[in-house]
Every structure is written in structure tokens, then in C-alpha cells.
Design a protein around this ligand. Structure first.
Ligand code: NAD
Length: 429
């Protein structure tokens, strides 16, 4: 049986799965599929599904106009059996307990797949920070840090940037934590380089995505140097993915961003496009290209499709009209359950998000390790280690998929759950 044929025997979802909507429901569904495959004991299933600890805090903020408003913040620690909790901090109006819990759980599986010694956590504040001044952002960050101080620590729980938080926010968190505990750069990752941030962190997710694409191309018989790709999203992850794919000879036919997209049947000039975007803040209007919409980009005939913007964009309807050989989920959660089934049926392998975009957290691990040792790695050291980690993770997932005749996604969950379950048995049973 060929490798592509092996994907055919996908376990088909039952009718009830069409009613699965929330991120936590999807995660639980994927968890159960994998846990049943490895016959995980029911008590361990419950232990690994539920979070270890949840903290819900009040974050009062005195705005520049003198008004005091109360916001709600969360830090949810899902699992730390393989190492300290790890996960980002998100400032967004949609943040709530369910979202944070789903993201915390996802981090446990992500860190286990790339086999780095961390567990999973996530945090956030329910606030729209886009209209906050820098002074308000700093006060909000410091207030939140002091509230979650009692459960974070360089050997306990290490936050990082996420939606609407960045290196500057991490610098404030490190400073606030340091007031009480002394100089502790390893308390957060994603810091500015001058404060102990790691070389290679900004490129890490795109670079890691491309390492998994390289391995997938080998596994599924795609010659990357002659391949074509399209990428939705040209921000941090999408632009670096485009850059590294092009450097390997792959032609990037189309990219889009929130404002629209560009297409060139002979391949876009990516170095020139990167310069254009720096100036224009959008890909739209790039000389020597034709316009393409965010809907149309997925229907482009090509070898590799990389969603690198939003969740839920690859629906069943979209999947049925696509004409590609590989999907690399650089974005979180871009594929609906229905689309996943279509891809299986059509023998289109999907590198799942929890593997594909784990390069970021992997380099966060390198940052933490450097901080603990008060030592600096070069770009080359970071990239070599990232390459080893991502390629090994792909191989582990792929081997498991082949062995059990399952999708890469189910294999990724199976691998992660198995690793966390093994550590749990050794520590507590
Ligand atoms: P970013 O903000 O730098 O870039 C997002 C890109 O998506 C931009 O080009 C933006 O214009 C585009 N976009 C936004 N809304 C869009 C829409 N409606 N239609 C089409 N394009 C749209 O974000 P990023 O850091 O590159 O993250 C991209 C994805 O990768 C997200 O799903 C994120 O969760 C995931 N991810 C990022 C990292 C990381 O290290 N940055 C790590 C893991 C996963």
C-alpha cells in the first residue's frame, strides 16, 4: 500500500461530529479518538482532559482619563507532568475561560509532540487593547502579572506573547516579577534580545513550518524544489514560510493578507514582496502580480497550501474544490472536521497545527534554557536545534500514522497523549 493510499482508511466521523463547534469540543473529540486508539485507562483520560489549576483574577485599570475599569484575567494550567507549564498571554475582548482552557490544553499536546520538557498553560485578559495607550498597557500588564505571580515561576509556569502581546509586554512582565523575586529572565519567553530573548525567535514558527513541509514532501513523494505553494496570511508566520520555501526552490504562486492577495503563475518574487510589504503594509498591488481574493487562493492548483492566518478557513465546501497535494497548518485550527474528512477521502495529507506551528514554542524552550544558564546561542545553534527537533517530531508522527493507518492529526494526538500518560504513570501511579 502506498503512503498516500494509507491515508484512505481514515476513521470516518459519525453524524454527531457535525455538531462539534467549540475549540474545546473539537479538542476533546480529537483527544478521545487518540486515547481510544492507545486504550488509555478511563481514569487517566479524565486526568489528562481536565486542567490542573485555574486562576481567575480581577484586573483593575485606571485609564488615562481617570476612569477606573475592572477587567477579568485568567491563567489556566492544564498539565505539567513533563515539565513547567508553558503558554502565551492573550489580550483580546473574546478571551474567556473556555478559550483559555482550550488553548492551554493544546499547549500540553504541542510541547509533548516536539518532546520539549514543558507542559501546557494559557492566560489572557478580556479586553480590547487596541485603543489603550502605552502607559495603560504597561499598567494592565503589571497588574495582571502581580495577580498571577503566585502560580508562575521559571520552574513552574513560563508565559510568552500571544495575540496583542509582544516582546515589550514580556519585558514588563519580567520586570514586575523581578521586583518581588529578583532578576529572573527565564520567567517569560519572547523577550527583546537585549533582555535575554533568543536569536531566531521571530522566524521560528515559519522556519519550523518549512522543516515539517520538507519532511512531508519526502514522505509523500513531492519534489519541493519543483513544487508550487500558496499561503493565506503574510504576517509573521506566512511571510517567513514564504521566504524559506522560496529559498528551497519552491515557487510561491499566491499569498493573501487581510486586505486581499496577489498571484503570479510563474511564482512571486518573494524577496521583492517582503520589501514591498515593509513599505506598503499589504501585499495588495505588488508589481508584476494579478489580484486574488482570500476565497480564491485555496482553489489555486498547486502542490502545497499553507493557511497562515485564521482558524476555520478550510471548510468542507472549500476542501471539496481544492486541488493540492499537501496542507501545512501554520495557523491554529484552520481546518474544520468536515474538511478534514474530505482531505482524508481525497488522500491529501494534512500536517496538523500542533506539529506544524510548534517551531515557536520550541525556540521559546531554547530561550528559557539559555536564560537558566545565563548563556547565549548563535542563530546557527538555534536553527540547527530547531531543525533537529521539528524533523524528529515529524518523523515520530509520520511513523505512528503509518503503523496504525491513521491520519497525521490523529497520530500527533496519539503521540502526545502517550508521552504525557507515560510521564503521569511514572510520577503518580
Ligand atoms: P500576524 O498577525 O503576524 O499575521 C496574520 C496575517 O493574517 C496577516 O498577514 C493578516 O493580514 C492576515 N489576516 C488577518 N485576518 C485575515 C483575514 N480575514 N483574511 C486573510 N488574512 C487575514 O500573525 P502570525 O503570528 O503570523 O500568526 C498567524 C497564525 O499562526 C495564527 O493562526 C496564529 O495563531 C498562528 N501561530 C502563530 C505563531 C507565532 O509564533 N507567531 C505560533 C503558532 C501559531
Amino acid at each position: 500500500m502506498s503512503k498516500r493510499q494509507a491515508l484512505k482508511t481514515l476513521p470516518v466521523a459519525s453524524a454527531s461530529h457535525s455538531t462539534i463547534h467549540s475549540p474545546m469540543e473539537i479538542l476533546n473529540y480529537q483527544f478521545e479518538q487518540a486515547a481510544n486508539l492507545i486504550k488509555l485507562e478511563p481514569n487517566l483520560q479524565q486526568l489528562l482532559k481536565e486542567p490542573y489549576r485555574e486562576l481567575h483574577v480581577q484586573v483593575p485599570l485606571k485609564h488615562d482619563n481617570g476612569e477606573l475599569k475592572i477587567y477579568h484575567g485568567y491563567r489556566i494550567q492544564h498539565n505539567a507532568v513533563r515539565g513547567p507549564y508553558k503558554g502565551g498571554i492573550r489580550f483580546h475582548q473574546d478571551v474567556d475561560r473556555n478559550e483559555v482552557l482550550a488553548l492551554a490544553t493544546l499547549m500540553t499536546w504541542k510541547t509533548a509532540i516536539v518532546n520539549i520538557p514543558f507542559g501546557g498553560a494559557k492566560g489572557g485578559i478580556a479586553i480590547d487593547p487596541t485603543s489603550l495607550s502605552s502607559k495603560e498597557m504597561q499598567a494592565l500588564t503589571r497588574g495582571f502579572t502581580s495577580k498571577i505571580d503566585l502560580i508562575i515561576g521559571p520552574h513552574r509556569d513560563i508565559p510568552a506573547p500571544d495575540v496583542n502581546t509582544d516582546a515589550k509586554v514580556m519585558a514588563w512582565m519580567m520586570d514586575e516579577y523581578g521586583k518581588k523575586h529578583g532578576y529572573t529572565p527565564a520567567i517569560v519567553t519572547g523577550k527583546p534580545i537585549a533582555l535575554g530573548g533568543s536569536a531566531g525567535r521571530s522566524e521560528a514558527t515559519g522556519r519550523g513550518t518549512v522543516f515539517t513541509i520538507v519532511e512531508a514532501c519526502k514522505a509523500y513523494g513531492i519534489e519541493l524544489s519543483k513544487a508550487t505553494a500558496v499561503i493565506q496570511g503574510f504576517g509573521n508566520v506566512g511571510s517567513f514560510t514564504a521566504k524559506f520555501l522560496r529559498e528551497l526552490g519552491c515557487k510561491v504562486l499566491a499569498v493573501t493578507d487581510v486586505k486581499g492577495g496577489v498571484f503570479n503563475a510563474n511564482g512571486l518574487d518573494i524577496p521583492a514582496l517582503l520589501k514591498y510589504v515593509q513599505k506598503e503594509k499589504t501585499v495588495v498591488g505588488f508589481p508584476g502580480s494579478e489580484p486574488i481574493s482570500n476565497d480564491q487562493i485555496f482553489y489555486t492548483k498547486c502542490d502545497i497550501v499553507v493557511p497562515a492566518a485564521l482558524g476555520g478557513v478550510l471548510t468542507g465546501d472549500v476542501a471539496r474544490k481544492m486541488n493540492c497535494r499537501l496542507i501545512a497548518e501554520a495557523a491554529n485550527n484552520p481546518t474544520t472536521k468536515e474538511a478534514d474528512e474530505v482531505f482524508y477521502k481525497n488522500n491529501v495529507p494534512v500536517i496538523p497545527d500542533i506539529l506544524c506551528n510548534a517551531g515557536g514554542v520550541t525556540v521559546s524552550y531554547f530561550e528559557w534554557a539559555q536564560n537558566l544558564q545565563q548563556y547565549r546561542w548563535t542563530d546557527k545553534q538555534v536553527n540547527d536545534e530547531l531543525s533537529k527537533t521539528m524533523r524528529q517530531a515529524f518523523q515520530d508522527v509520520y511513523d505512528l500514522a503509518k503503523k496504525h493507518n491513521i491520519s497525521l492529526r490523529t497520530a500527533a494526538y496519539t503521540l502526545a497523549i502517550d508521552r504525557v500518560a507515560e510521564a503521569t504513570r511514572l510520577r503518580v501511579l
